[in-house]
Ligand binder design. Structure first.
Ligand SMILES: [Zn+2]
Ligand SMILES: [Zn+2]
Length: 414
């Protein structure tokens, strides 16, 4: 399947003029045999190119390598997205006009970071489709020793060869399913936030995320029923979801309360030190906890409570000294203080209708089991006793309006 991305670009009913750096996304079997055609189609065919691999991928994809003016093969051992490593590689670049990154997530950052710094395009050849980051412009990189998610460059062209993707271990396939089923929560969070706080919203961007979700849901149903993995559908779902982050210049459509679980696991606050899992697995645990909590809340009727900022004591208790400053800073201009909590109460019936679009707890659990997904706290090293608290704690990690964060200004009489 080949997606021409120009259909999403331009003036929109939401009032924005949407832009995309990504012009074309190819998701096909044997796609790399036609790589030169795709490069030419996006106007990069005759540009001087550097192709970057890591040593593992280079060996594994023997016979699939693409033409290069310069090839860089980075040692796979110890490779991570870190400024010093990327900048060291940049010293070896031989005046490229385009950088092609061939590999998994880490290698992508060795394309998007230098391309951004040099002001040249970057092309992605993902060898995995376990998350939706490939078509996004976000670079998750260690800068000055601190892990940061910052906007850099999105790929001008993405060429995914399903003959490579289909070799991915099942664990990564399941993780990819999780990353997209998360949109059941992230989309509802965005719509609720728009209802109660007037936050900007785009039906086209939300629609694209919904499309990704529908494609993945159909593929997940098939996988649960027959064990068959539809790599083409699953990969396309990841690509579409990633594009929403470029179109909206923000991950709003793709990441709500559930995604914060992945950040929690990475940050490892007190009592979560043993938490461990790949991105989609952590997101799956967050999603299932939210599915349970949202349906539970939908049966109740809240009253409004005055907004109060998070206290230093609470933050210290839940996050410890090491993370205290960062969390306090993130919550300094708490989005909860920007609208009247009574709005949530006044819109509660509409909120319940939105929650009703989320599959039931039983349906989600059956789907997760059928696709071999991780979805319970103990699957990623979190004590199940921390389940209800983990949502409240993770909601403080990012100043984004989600239903979980809204609980701080609601009284459910419990
Ligand atoms: Zn729009
Ligand atoms: Zn994700």
């Amino acid at each position: 399947m080949i997606m021409d991305c120009s259909q999403y670009v331009g003036p929109c009913s939401c009032g924005k003029d949407h832009e995309l750096e990504t012009k074309m996304v190819v998701v096909e079997y044997d796609a790399l045999s036609r790589f030169e055609e795709y490069m030419a189609a996006v106007g990069l065919g005759d540009k001087r190119r550097t192709v970057v691999y890591d040593s593992n991928i280079y060996a594994l994809t023997e016979g699939k390598h693409v033409k290069a003016d310069q090839e860089i093969v980075l040692p796979a051992k110890g490779l991570r997205s870190e400024d010093v490593l990327i900048e060291a590689m940049m010293k070896d670049l031989d005046k490229p006009e385009v950088i092609v990154a061939f590999g998994a997530g880490t290698i992508m950052d060795f394309g998007r970071y230098p391309a951004y710094k040099l002001g040249i395009p970057f092309v992605a050849i993902p060898t995995l489709a376990s998350s939706d980051g490939f078509t996004a412009s976000i670079c998750s990189v260690i800068l000055n020793g601190q892990k940061k998610s910052i906007r850099m460059k999105a790929p001008a062209l993405v060429v995914t060869d399903l003959d490579i993707i289909k070799g991915a271990p099942l664990r990564l396939v399941s993780s990819g399913v999780n990353d997209i089923l998360a949109k059941y929560i992230s989309l509802v969070d965005w719509k609720i936030a728009t209802l109660v706080s007037g936050e900007d919203y785009c039906p086209m961007v939300a629609g694209l995320a919904q499309e990704a979700l529908d494609i993945m849901r159909a593929a997940a149903d098939k996988m649960a029923a027959t064990g068959e993995v539809d790599h083409e559908a699953m990969t396309m779902a990841q690509m579409k979801s990633g594009l929403t982050m470029q179109l909206w210049s923000d991950s709003r459509a793709a990441s709500g309360a559930e995604h914060l679980m992945a950040h929690l696991v990475e940050m490892k606050p007190p009592r979560f030190e043993k938490a461990e899992g790949i991105h989609g697995e952590c997101v799956g645990v967050g999603t299932f906890a939210c599915v349970k909590e949202y349906h539970r809340l939908a049966k109740l009727r809240p009253t409004a409570r005055a907004f109060e900022p998070l206290t230093g004591d609470w933050v210290k208790e839940k996050f410890g000294e090491r993370l205290y400053d960062g969390i306090m800073k993130e919550n300094a201009n708490d989005v909860l203080g920007t609208f009247d909590p009574q709005n949530i109460v006044d819109h509660w019936d509409e909120i319940v209708t939105l929650i009703d679009t989320i599959p039931s707890v039983e349906e989600m659990e059956a789907l997760y089991k059928g696709c071999g997904c991780k979805y319970l706290p103990e699957h990623i090293g979190i004590d199940p006793a921390l389940e209800s608290e983990m949502l409240d704690i993770s909601a403080a990690i990012r100043n984004r309006l989600t239903l979980i964060r809204m609980k701080r200004v609601l009284d459910f009489g419990e």
